[in-house]
Structures are given as structure tokens and as C-alpha cells.
Design a protein around this ligand. Structure first.
Ligand code: MV4
Length: 506
């Protein structure tokens, strides 16, 4: 086993990796940029190396600086976390060339799965279902129309080099195809430097379900069940859960088996995730593979009891998996909310700044993977996620109730966070019934906006009523004074006048 590991990341995931190192008796080494001098991960590590200016392109994305820091510290391995260098095949190769161990899969697996059409070919080889469509890029508009007809509309154009929704276009008929093909190609070229586009059948109202796998360097592969990640906003996951509320043991078994075969076809070792779309009839289709530890791994850990980071480190060190498939059991239900320094009342605008007060939730079934502390300033240079709040319950309803309890305890002063947004989602009957798909959040926000607009027009009406009533009261008072009677305004008139005063204070 390694004696020292360099952690090539920041924020909550760096803290999570440091904790795994401690549990294994390994000394954790941090790296930090100018903006992270006082960050939590730097404080918790045994040593920390400065790697450059705040922009990630000058620090966390510079492989050479990170490998230099590893050499200086005497670390034997580098953990990339997620994002940054985690899925750069050249970095995995450079780490190996420096005589160090990359805690992740081989450069070959990263490269293979990085290309979506290659990944589809690997899935076919594995005998796994893929979304009907092409495994070769489309040549021109004529080819696009022909393919659209063959597959049957509606279809989706996707960038071969893509992911994350860029270069994607829905096409519903021949007439739309030519323009959509041009747009998708141009977008793919701009975003990935590769204009290749392929075609898939459009899956309407799909769920995003992913299978966690773990594979060692001795050919053993297991799956750890699914996570439901359908609750997304603009291709960013917001709430994840394990298990998926619609799932059952039989479907989990089939999806797990498909995921294992796909991992085998990619000669995969390390932990990894196979993404699927699941349609309304519960058919599942391979989408892509993520060749890294994922943000949402804690929900799987809470339900299976497996420490995925520990397994990932053990695998990198060449040890066999500590579990056989029959050792994996799923108990209860877990949810995760990604808490962001963003203002949900202002279209999720980033809200960096100093955390002046911090009270974090705890108690039965609560896990808070945080990267911040009171008095620290959230920098504007990186992803503004400040913590991942996860809860476990014997049932999904209990996990939801505990999440509400935990969010209620959570107080972050000085910056805006997405905590109030989560509280409103957890009150939504559709969410609570598990009635979710990848379009859920867009529909939820549209509904909320409609309610807000209705409230605003109601308030306007009340304001007009208040002005009319107040004018009427002034008239009445004058008349009363003249008539020398002791007319008192009614309680409701006071309320209206109060509303008018409030209007003037705005
Ligand atoms: C799809 C799809 C429907 N049909 N493919 C979006 C990101 C990219 N990785 C895959 N995506 C989708 N591919 C077919 N053939 C719907 C989506 C999709 C989506 C997928 C997963 C999570 C959220 C999503 C939100 C919108 C669309």
C-alpha cells in the first residue's frame, strides 16, 4: 500500500480524499493555487505545495506542476479527484512516465471512453443495449436526412467528442435536418475542435440512471447498483439518489450485468460509472462511461456501506477487490443535495464571498461533505459547490424527511446558497412521488415562475385596492369631520393603509 498520496484537486473532494487517506494510514499531500492558500484541504493535509495563480489553467490543470509537487513530496501516487485532470489520458500517461501511480483507470480506457462513438462500439461488443442510431459520424446533410429516415424521427444529433449537452439538437422531420446538422457541427467544432456529429433516436422524458462499478487489476468486476441523477438543471446534477425510486432488483441486476460487460470491453480497472437513459417503459440504453470517481458517490456509499475511495486506492495499489458481487447489499435509501454558493432567487447567479457564519447539520442519517469553514472566502475562480449534503433513511420518505431536517439546520451567512431551492423541491409532490425525469427541474422552475408571476399580479391588484380605499377613507374622514361624527376606520382599512405605506417604503 502507498505511504503517501498527492491529491491533485481542491474543495470538498480534496477533503474527502484526505479522509480516505487517513482511514488507510496514508499521508495526504495537498496542492493549492493562490486563491486556495487558506483553503480547508490545505489545512487538513500533512503537507501542501503551491502550484500557481488562481485560474485553474495556471494551477490545477498544469500536469507538470502537480507531478513536480508529487516528486518533491515523495508521494508514490496521485489522486486526480473529479474534473480538472481526472479524465485527461495524457495526464494519466505522464504520471506513469514519472514512475508514479495514477489512481484511476489506464490511459487507454480513458481515451476509449472519451470518444462517444467508440464508446458505443465498445458497448455493442459487450452485448449491451445502446440508443438506436449510428456508430459513425454523419458526412453531410444528405447523409443526415437519410439516417434520420432510417432511424425514424424524432432523432437527436450529438457531437462525437461531446458530452454535457453541447452540440446536441433535436430533429423532428426531414425539413429540420439540414439546418440542425449545420448548427450541431458548428457548435461541436467550436466546443471540442471536432465537428463530427452522429445520430440517435430521441428518447422522450428519459431518466438518467447510472451504474457504479469497481474493477481490480486482476479481472474482477462488480457493480454497486444505480444512482438516479434525473434531477438536473442545465446539464448540472442537482439532487442524486440511491436507489432509483422506480427500480427493482431484477432491472438492477440486468443493468449491473450490462455495466460490468461494458467495463470489461474497455479493459477497465478502478471505480467507474456507466450512464444509461431509461425510457418510460423501463427500457435502458447505454449513454456514456465516466472514467473517474463521481461527485455523487456518497449516496452509493450510504446504501451499500462500501467506501468507494478506499476501494479505488486499494485497486490502484494492485490489491484485489475486497468484495465479491454477492457481498453487495442495498439497505435503505439515500439522497444528496449539491449545495452551491449561488442565488436561486436570482437565476442561480454565482454568489462568491466570505462565509461569515456557518452552522452545519448533523444527527442520525446525515453526512455533510464540505470544503469550507466559517471565515473562509469562497473564490470566484472555481465551481461554486461548497458542500454535498447527503441523508440516509430506511425508506426514501425517511431520507427526504431527514434532508428537510438537515437543510433546516444548515445556516450559511455572508453568501447566498441553493438551500432554500432544495427545501422547495422537497415539498413538491411530484418529486416526493419519484415522478421525475431529465426535464423535471425545467418544469418545476417554470411552475415556480408562473406562481411568482401570479403572486406579483395579485399584489398589484391589492395595491390598487389599497390606494382606492385610502382615497375613499380620506374622503370619508373629511365628510365625517364636517358632519362632526366619530367614524373610525375599520381594521381592514388600516391593513390597506398599511399596505400603501409599505408601497411607499419600497
Ligand atoms: C439524449 C436524450 C434523449 N435521447 N439522447 C444530455 C447530455 C448528454 N450526455 C446526453 N443527454 C441526453 N441524451 C437521446 N437519444 C436526452 C438527454 C438529456 C439528458 C440526459 C441526461 C441527463 C440530463 C439530460 C437533460 C436533457 C437531455
Amino acid at each position: 500500500m502507498f505511504r503517501k498520496i498527492l491529491i491533485a484537486n481542491r474543495g470538498e473532494i480534496a477533503v474527502r480524499l484526505i479522509r480516505a487517506c487517513r482511514d488507510l494510514g496514508i499521508s495526504p499531500v495537498a496542492v493549492y493555487s493562490e486563491a486556495d492558500r487558506h483553503a480547508l484541504h490545505v489545512r487538513l493535509a500533512d503537507e501542501a505545495y503551491f502550484i500557481g495563480e488562481a485560474p485553474a489553467a495556471q494551477s490545477y490543470l498544469v500536469g507538470e506542476k502537480i507531478i513536480d509537487a508529487a516528486r518533491k513530496s515523495g508521494a508514490e501516487a496521485i489522486h486526480p479527484g473529479y474534473g480538472f485532470l481526472s479524465e485527461r489520458e495524457w495526464f494519466a500517461r505522464a504520471v506513469a512516465d514519472a514512475g508514479l501511480t495514477f489512481i484511476g483507470p489506464s490511459p487507454h480506457s480513458i481515451e476509449l471512453m472519451g470518444d462517444k462513438t467508440n464508446a458505443r462500439v465498445a458497448a455493442i461488443k459487450a452485448g449491451a443495449p445502446i440508443v438506436p442510431g449510428t456508430t459513425e459520424p454523419i458526412k453531410d446533410e444528405t447523409g443526415a436526412v437519410q439516417t434520420g429516415r432510417e432511424i425514424g424521427y424524432p432523432v437527436m444529433l450529438k457531437a462525437s467528442a461531446g458530452g454535457g449537452g453541447k452540440g446536441m439538437r433535436i430533429v423532428r422531420n426531414d425539413e429540420e435536418m439540414a439546418a440542425a446538422f449545420q448548427m450541431a457541427s458548428a457548435e461541436a467544432q467550436a466546443a471540442f475542435g471536432d465537428a463530427s456529429v452522429y445520430v440517435e433516436k430521441l428518447i422522450e422524458r428519459p431518466r438518467h440512471i447510472e451504474i457504479q462499478i469497481a474493477a481490480d487489476k486482476h479481472g474482477n468486476i462488480i457493480h454497486l447498483g444505480e444512482r438516479e441523477c434525473s434531477v438536473q438543471r442545465r446539464h448540472q446534477k442537482v439532487i442524486e439518489e440511491c436507489p432509483a425510486s422506480f427500480n427493482d432488483a431484477a432491472l438492477r441486476e440486468r443493468m449491473g450485468a450490462a455495466a460490468i460487460e461494458i467495463a470489461r470491453a474497455a479493459d477497465y480497472f478502478s471505480v467507474g460509472t456507466i450512464e444509461f437513459l431509461v425510457d418510460v417503459e423501463r427500457n435502458f440504453y447505454f449513454l456514456e462511461m465516466n472514467t473517474r470517481l463521481q461527485v455523487e458517490h456518497p449516496v452509493t456509499e450510504l446504501v451499500t456501506g462500501v467506501d468507494l475511495v478506499r476501494e479505488q486506492i486499494r485497486i490502484a495499489a494492485g490489491e484485489p477487490l475486497a468484495y465479491r458481487q454477492e457481498d453487495i447489499h442495498w439497505t435503505g435509501s439515500a439522497l444528496e443535495c449539491r449545495v452551491y454558493a449561488e442565488d436561486p432567487a436570482n437565476n442561480f447567479l454565482p454568489s462568491p464571498g466570505k462565509i461569515t457564519r456557518l452552522r452545519t447539520p448533523a444527527g442520525p442519517g446525515v453526512r455533510d461533505d464540505s470544503g469550507v469553514y466559517e471565515g473562509w472566502e469562497v473564490p470566484l475562480f472555481y465551481d461554486p459547490m461548497i458542500s454535498k449534503l447527503a441523508t440516509w433513511g430506511a425508506t426514501r420518505a425517511e431520507a427526504i424527511a431527514r434532508m428537510k431536517r438537515a437543510l433546516g439546520e444548515y445556516h450559511v451567512g455572508g453568501i447566498r446558497t441553493t438551500i432554500p431551492f432544495f427545501l422547495s423541491v422537497l415539498e413538491d409532490p411530484e418529486f416526493c412521488q419519484g415522478d421525475i425525469d431529465t426535464g423535471y427541474i425545467a418544469r418545476f422552475l417554470a411552475r415556480q415562475n408562473a406562481i411568482a408571476a401570479e403572486d406579483a399580479s395579485q399584489e398589484e391588484l391589492q395595491t390598487v385596492a389599497a390606494i382606492v380605499a385610502a382615497l375613499d377613507y380620506t374622503q370619508t374622514a373629511k365628510t365625517s369631520a364636517q358632519a362632526d361624527t366619530s367614524t373610525q376606520p375599520s381594521a381592514s382599512q388600516w391593513k390597506q393603509a398599511g399596505r400603501m405605506a409599505a408601497l411607499h417604503r419600497r
